[in-house]
Write a protein that binds this ligand. Structure first.
Ligand SMILES: *Cc1c(COP(=O)(O)O)cnc(C)c1O
Length: 397
């Protein structure tokens, strides 16, 4: 598809930019180069298209265009939502509730705020990665100003009970933010129905360009400005707009929502075939994440007695791109905080592999992985002294 070589199964890390999206962006580098804040025709023409992109985003989320703020991506949107509400509502309280499986953009922001005098509760999750609504309820104090819980997890794909958490937060008068970077374009979202006050998304996770995202902020939510300067984004986020990015994001979200059901169904079919095939073929394997409450494209496995990094390298040599849950981006050898949070031991977490499927994948890709992966796992296991001892025993992990 669109000239992609090799078997790409790392859509949770990023996606390619769809041809239709790129084509819609291109004129905004050249003939439509005006600054959308300018009064003249060059500016006005561009402004019109920025407004259209904003309307497309609003429509996809069930929001009003005036509630859509363009940012430089998902990380910025997360930072803004959390720091923005924390600082703006300090007089009401200093307590934030989140989970221990959030993306680092959220977790590290919360850790920063702890140093600034805020208190953060990091809720645990169950073995499937689900947070309990009861736990959220019990964590609320009269100092709680924000609940931030991700829509769907980027590593294990688990989808949280967003609507129930939103309802609870609304009843208690506490702001509710969700990092929906993995969910947008894969599952149907309605910020009004789901009582969401703030939501982060990022174009490069749904076939749009990198470096552009959105923070949805419900009308009436109090948050401080993230970037000070000019009057862009209704004075709340300064800086000349990333116009081509905004145009691309608008097109990408529209395309994603048009084909949401159909593409999710197709990808889910591939994912289920992959999961079943690998679980059948490879003993001592565990599927991480929830069996059904999970993103259509997410498959995450732990293979006992092997090391995720070696597995990745071997897959790469066969032209298959996946991701390991064992090493974090900082290059440390600590296993992923998400895999530890669902109760995996360090040893088992180290043998993990995420294959995230998307638009580029086909039945043939799945067949190829089902042929190649079991052989690689077996070969790596033969090198493990522990594996020798257990062969032929209980195969449940
Ligand atoms: C990718 C991702 C982010 C970060 O988005 P960027 O646009 O890359 O900054 C945040 N949260 C989740 C869940 C993600 O998957």
């Amino acid at each position: 598809m669109d000239g992609i070589r090799g078997i790409y199964m790392d859509h949770a890390a990023t996606t390619y930019t769809k041809r239709e999206v790129l084509e819609e962006m291109l004129p905004f580098f050249t003939e439509y180069f005006g600054n959308p804040s300018s009064i003249h025709k060059f500016g006005r023409d561009v402004r019109k298209h920025v407004d259209t992109a904003r309307e497309r985003v609003a429509k996809a989320l069930g929001a009003d265009p005036s509630e859509i703020y363009f940012t430089a991506g998902g990380s910025e949107a997360d930072n803004w939502a959390v720091k923005g509400t924390a600082y703006a509502n300090k007089s009401k309280g200093n307590h934030i509730i989140t989970t221990n499986i959030e993306h680092h953009a959220l977790l590290h922001t919360c850790e920063y705020l702890e140093k600034e005098g805020f208190e953060v509760t990091y809720l645990p999750v169950d073995e499937y990665g689900l947070v309990s609504v009861e736990d959220v309820k019990n964590a609320i104090t009269d100092k709680t100003i924000l609940i931030s819980i991700m829509y769907a997890n980027n590593e294990i794909g688990t989808i949280q009970p967003i609507e129930e958490i939103g309802k609870l937060a609304r009843e208690k008068g506490i702001y509710f933010h969700t990092d929906a970077v993995q969910a947008v374009g894969s599952v149907k979202i309605d910020v009004k129905e789901q009582n969401i006050d703030m939501l982060s998304l990022s174009a490069h996770k749904f076939y749009g360009p990198k470096g552009i995202g959105v923070l949805y902020v419900r009308k009436g939510v109090k948050l401080i400005n993230f970037v000070h300067g000019g009057g862009q984004e209704r004075g709340r986020r300064a800086g000349t707009e990333n116009v081509p990015g905004i145009i691309g994001l608008g097109k990408a979200i529209e395309l994603a929502n048009e084909n949401l059901e159909e593409s999710s169904k197709r990808i889910m079919g591939l994912r289920d075939k992959l999961i079943k095939g690998l679980m059948d073929k490879i003993p001592y394997t565990r599927l991480n994440g929830h069996p059904v409450k999970r993103l259509p494209g997410n498959a995450n496995f732990s293979f006992q007695y092997i090391e995720g990094e070696s597995l990745l390298l071997n897959l790469d040599m066969k032209g298959i791109a996946g991701s390991s849950g064992s090493a974090c981006t900082s290059g440390s050898l600590d296993p992923s905080h998400v895999l530890l949070a669902i109760g995996l031991s360090h040893e088992i977490a180290h043998g993990s592999l995420r294959l995230s499927l998307g638009a580029v994948n086909t039945e043939e890709d799945i067949d190829y992985v089902l042929e190649v992966l079991p052989e690689i796992v077996e070969r790596l296991r033969q090198m493990s002294p522990l594996y020798e001892k257990v062969k032929g025993g209980n195969t449940n992990v």
